[in-house]
Design a protein around this ligand. Structure first.
Ligand SMILES: Nc1ncnc2c1ncn2[C@@H]1O[C@H](COP(=O)(O)OP(=O)(O)O)[C@@H](O)[C@H]1O
Ligand SMILES: [Mg+2]
Length: 310
């Protein structure tokens, strides 16, 4: 016999016949893959989306200045103000003569819920673009997630190092949940967002064929991978770059900091510093416009050799 699980409720008789007790198959307990949920299939369309643009680099590479230039371009299209959430000792205000923006001085602690509160404050004026400078404090700043994990470990295990080792995973549970709340808060924003992320040169010890050897990671972003994963696009600014991004690297840390989806290849095809025009194009794409395709020259296969008759 066939037992219909979706839509209509099976009769007690049919359940009995199938050898199933009714108590185990109440409709609300039906597993979703058996049809309790319904889905729509429709033609795909591109809808306006908010940008979440990342700028990663060491101190002095150009994160703040570039973020302000990009945001100024974005604001031309999205119409609204720029709000900077500044964890960097008010350093964004050094550029207040060059750019028009509102400023939130964000002092420690830097827990994910503190970030969320700052973001919600910034959101109130429905700005065109929010700059978070920087997101790195959420990870390793005073009262940031790493501090929260240490505090949780102390609470759970006290000074007992053996117990601390056992409870290491448990100590991450609350801070991870807070981080998830921040991430979903960020993803629900209507404004465009630029996040500045500090990056440091790093080396990782890895087990190679015969021994444990250092692996050069290059400039590695200081931010949780789940944030990097959600970025629409992300540029790496190397030391002394003065805002000119690097778009490719084989080093694992730098690779994680760079994200250039195909639709933006045309936006960033030239060299030179990030500027307002880039921000304008990003915002036009986000509003649903189709950007001109990237120059074919970078993709063109090498010219065929002309055959010479012997
Ligand atoms: N996109 C850019 N265009 C032109 N100059 C830039 C750009 N980005 C950075 N610079 C130059 O580099 C300096 C340092 O940049 P800044 O944004 O303050 O670095 P960071 O925030 O990474 O510490 C700026 O004062 C500016 O002179
Ligand atoms: Mg800065």
């Amino acid at each position: 016999m066939t037992l219909q699980l979706a839509g209509s409720q099976p009769s007690p008789a049919s359940l009995e016949e199938a050898g199933l007790a009714q108590a185990t198959l109440e409709p609300e307990r039906l597993p979703s893959h058996q049809g309790a949920r319904r889905f729509l299939i429709q033609p795909a369309v591109r809808r306006p989306v908010p940008l979440l643009f990342g700028l990663a680099g060491p101190s002095g590479s150009g994160k703040t200045y570039s973020a302000l230039r990009l945001a100024s371009g974005i604001a031309r299209v999205a119409r609204g103000e720029i709000v900077v959430i500044d964890t960097e000792n008010q350093r964004a205000q050094h550029y207040a003569d060059h750019f028009k923006f509102s400023h939130i001085d964000f002092a420690p602690p830097y827990g994910p819920m503190d970030y969320l509160a700052a973001i919600h404050t910034a959101e109130r004026s429905k700005p065109a673009c929010i700059i978070i400078d920087s997101l790195s404090h959420e990870h390793d700043g005073e009262g940031g997630t790493l501090d929260c994990v240490t505090a949780e470990l102390d609470r759970l295990a006290g000074a007992d190092t053996g117990l601390q080792q056992k409870l290491a995973a448990a100590a991450w549970r609350k801070p991870k949940a807070a981080r998830r709340a921040l991430l979903s808060g960020l993803l629900r924003l209507q404004s465009h967002v630029i996040v500045c992320i500090r990056a440091n040169e790093r080396t990782r010890m890895a087990r190679e064929a015969v021994a444990i050897e250092p692996v050069d990671m290059g400039l590695t972003p200081i931010a949780a991978p789940e944030f990097l994963f959600e970025l629409t696009a992300s540029a790496l600014l190397k030391a002394g770059a003065q805002g000119s991004p690097t778009w490719s690297s084989a080093l694992p840390g730098e690779h994680a900091a760079i994200k250039l989806p195909r639709q933006f290849e045309s936006v960033f095809k030239g060299s030179g510093p990030l500027e307002e025009g880039h921000g304008e194009l990003l915002a036009r794409w986000a509003a649903g416009e189709v950007l001109p395709a990237a120059e074919q020259s970078t993709r063109r296969s090498p010219p065929k050799r002309r055959r010479t008759k012997l």
